[in-house]
Design a protein around this ligand. Structure first.
Ligand SMILES: Cc1cc2nc3c(=O)[nH]c(=O)nc-3n(C[C@H](O)[C@H](O)[C@H](O)COP(=O)(O)O)c2cc1C
Length: 320
């Protein structure tokens, strides 16, 4: 196939030839994160899912899909209802907890039973209590459609999932154009005084500028994050690496297979992964680039300003 955008093309093809690359392509579609819950008698089920989507406003329908080999499938199949818990930005821990097949996922989780008994988790951004309206076989997943009987929205930041890892919703710089124009005309916009958007803008700018240095070391951000995690926790399993790095399990599997193939990591049977000396030196290369990148950027700022900035950030990082 001819591509107009060949310079940026990293993967293409038939999904059945390369399932990992297919999954990575799907991961370019950013989503929120939910925990789907259901209850049958005294059996509770809860699963982290990002396949959730709205279907129809009238009637109010939503859908999501559950992997056929999920342990919680029987409960979701039997239950007349399910609840959608849309996670808030500070609920990554809950997301990783419900993304594992644990025996009692709800112990030590703050929740109340909804009208159908399906758990409603505290601290979420939104809840939808649904009656199961239909189910369809969808390849290796079961598609569940629910009719929303009740919803609740809470004023909280939402958790995102994109490129196989967790993220936060930050305004696109385009949304800043009006503000900057005002500043350029010498007329300060009232919101420009706020520190938090300014910190975000600086972070986004620096992180985008560093991207090319990491790419020059031949690793994606997920691969280098897993490599760093492996250096700090040698002998970890894939599951542990996913948990420690906050990178999704499927993406961690992909990253590990690339690191193994490149000789940056090695398997220690049965399931432990070790970092090789080649891996350590590649990681050292990235760290050295990060150090010199930061030094170069900071050299543009007078030393006294920098010292004041560090003091201010340290103070802001503390309560009170
Ligand atoms: C961000 C994220 C999104 C996920 N989305 C889904 C999904 O939509 N459907 C699904 O079946 N599994 C999804 N999973 C994987 C399940 O959460 C995982 O397989 C879980 O162990 C299933 O639990 P169970 O085996 O106890 O049922 C997702 C995992 C993560 C981290």
């Amino acid at each position: 196939m001819q591509h107009v955008d060949a310079a940026h093309l990293t993967d293409e093809g038939d999904p059945s030839d390369n399932q990992r690359a297919f999954r990575r392509a799907l991961g370019q579609f950013a989503t929120g994160v939910t925990i789907m819950t259901a209850c049958v008698g005294d059996r509770l089920a809860g699963v982290t899912a990002n396949s959730f989507t709205s279907v129809s406003l009238d009637p109010p329908l939503v859908l999501w899909s559950l992997e056929s080999k999920a342990q919680s499938l029987p409960v979701f199949r039997e239950a007349s209802h399910f609840a959608v818990n849309v996670l808030a930005a500070d609920q990554v821990g809950l997301s990783t907890r419900f993304a594992r097949s644990l025996p009692d996922k709800f112990s030590s989780v703050d929740w109340v039973a909804g009208r159908s008994g399906a758990p409603l988790i505290a601290g979420v951004a939104a809840q939808f209590e649904c009656a199961r309206a239909a189910e369809h076989e969808g390849g290796d997943h079961l598609i569940l459609i629910g009719k929303v009987e009740r919803f609740a929205r809470f004023e909280r930041e939402v958790l995102l999932f994109a490129h196989g890892r967790y993220g936060l919703a930050v305004d696109h710089p385009v949304a800043d154009v009006g503000r900057r124009t005002l500043v350029e005309t010498g007329d300060p916009h009232p919101l420009d005084d706020f520190l938090l958007p300014q910190l975000f803008r600086a972070y986004e700018h620096l992180s985008a500028a560093f991207e090319q240095h990491r790419e020059a070391e031949g690793l994606t951000i997920n691969q280098s994050r897993i490599l760093a995690c492996l250096a700090a926790n040698p002998g970890s399993s894939i599951e542990a690496l996913s948990r420690l790095s906050y990178v999704g399990l499927a993406t961690t599997e992909d990253a590990v297979s690339v690191l193994l193939a490149a000789g940056f990591a090695a398997m220690r049977p049965p399931a432990a992964i070790a970092i090789t000396s080649l891996g350590r030196s590649r990681l050292a290369g990235i760290v050295a680039r990060a150090r010199s990148f930061e030094a170069e950027r900071l050299a543009r700022i007078p030393a006294a300003d920098l010292a004041a900035l560090r003091r201010a950030l340290a103070a802001l990082g503390k309560d009170g």
